[in-house]
Design a protein around this ligand. Structure first.
Ligand code: NCD
Ligand code: ZN
Length: 346
């Protein structure tokens, strides 16, 4: 059994940092371990224009502790009013690395998202032309569709037709949660990739609902049945370049999670790498961890890999992760995998 493994410093290809006091509290949790992260634009109001992305990047860098180095990779939130030229210019200047598509109403702060895909066609065509990736929250939002089926229905009714009509568009299927997502990602060539979160490798829907409801396991897309979790594990640990880490670490104050209408999101920034080492070891795939966390993402985004490394170590004593991260407005609970972990990252 291997007791330590050194990997190229990882990146997080899907991260929520929020703003203000929350940003201040959660940023070090990511920057301690990760070199870069794709920063989600679902603030209130959303990050829609290049100038908003620039200002948000400045706030992130201002919140970064001096001893840490971290590069936020900015994104724009696609709306039906998005200007293709503003997007192209933000990409050409190096400010943004992707555009984020939320179907309207799909998740936290997605009300300004896309309702009619015809209205964003000019932006998508521009993106296809210049090679700018589109990160997609792949769930339909129609009330008739069961929440556990929303990803599979999205792939069939929205994603596949979109890719057929614009095959050059580079697409990241974000936080896939189903075998359908894994299978579809396999059908794509080099214009298609998928991110997988830490928590979806660990929990299935029973963890949320059996023995009492567990608000800290509730996120979107919601965890599915066990067969899907196993398909995600197989994909993530396979080394296949199409799959890479996007934690979707999504902090909410405990008061907003532990509520009659609790927010969606698991906060995994603090312990993601030790949890992944545990999962990859269980799958006898520690040798593929680096591909998932540090190599496949930069390759898809056409960025250099980080040049330094981190070391994951396994000890005989259980790792004690902090239960909560304190913010000025109250605590945020760190994702608890529900089993002992013996790995640390440094
Ligand atoms: C995210 C959030 O809280 O912003 N929540 C989540 O459950 N993942 C939004 C998202 O990525 O869907
Ligand atoms: Zn997210």
């Amino acid at each position: 059994m291997k007791h330590s493994i050194t990997v190229t410093r990882p990146d997080d290809w899907h991260l929520h940092l929020r703003d203000g006091a929350m940003l201040q509290a959660v940023l070090p949790e990511t920057a301690r371990t990760f070199g870069r992260a794709i920063i989600m634009p679902n603030l209130v109001p959303p990050v829609v224009t290049a100038s908003q992305a620039q200002a948000y990047r400045d706030r992130i860098l201002a919140a970064l502790p001096k001893e840490m180095s971290f590069t936020p990779l900015m994104t724009l939130y696609l709306t039906e009013e998005t200007d293709p030229n503003d997007v192209a210019q933000a990409y050409e200047t190096g400010l943004i690395k992707a555009v984020k598509l939320y179907p309207a109403g799909a998740t936290t702060n997605s009300a300004s998202g896309v309702r009619n895909f015809e209205n964003v066609r000019p932006v998508l065509e521009k993106m296809a032309e210049i090679g700018l990736p589109l990160c997609i929250h792949g769930e339909v939002t129609t009330h008739e569709v069961d929440i556990f089926d929303r990803e599979a229905v999205f792939i069939e009714t929205v994603l596949d037709p979109l890719r057929q009509s614009l095959p050059e568009l580079r697409v990241v299927m974000e936080h896939i949660t189903t075998k359908d997502g894994v299978d579809y990602a396999h059908t794509g060539g080099d214009t298609l990739a998928a991110t997988i979160t830490t928590h979806h490798l660990i929990i299935n829907r029973n963890h949320i609902l059996v023995g009492g409801i567990k608000p800290h396991y509730y996120c979107l897309p919601v965890a599915k049945r066990e067969t899907h979790r196993l398909a995600l594990r197989k994909a993530a640990t396979s080394g296949d370049p199409r799959f890479f880490l996007g934690t979707d670490s999504a902090p909410h104050l405990d008061g907003d999670k532990l509520s009659a209408c609790g927010c969606a999101g698991c906060f995994t920034a603090t312990n993601t790498m030790p949890l992944l080492a545990h999962v990859f070891e269980e799958e006898n795939a520690l040798a593929n961890l680096e591909a998932f966390t540090s190599k496949n993402g930069p390759a898809f985004y056409r960025l250099p890999e980080n040049t330094d490394t981190i070391t994951l170590r396994k000890s005989d004593t259980q790792t004690n992760f902090p239960e909560k991260i304190e913010t000025e407005n109250g605590p945020v609970t760190v994702f608890d995998p529900g089993f002992p972990v013996f790995w640390t990252a440094d």
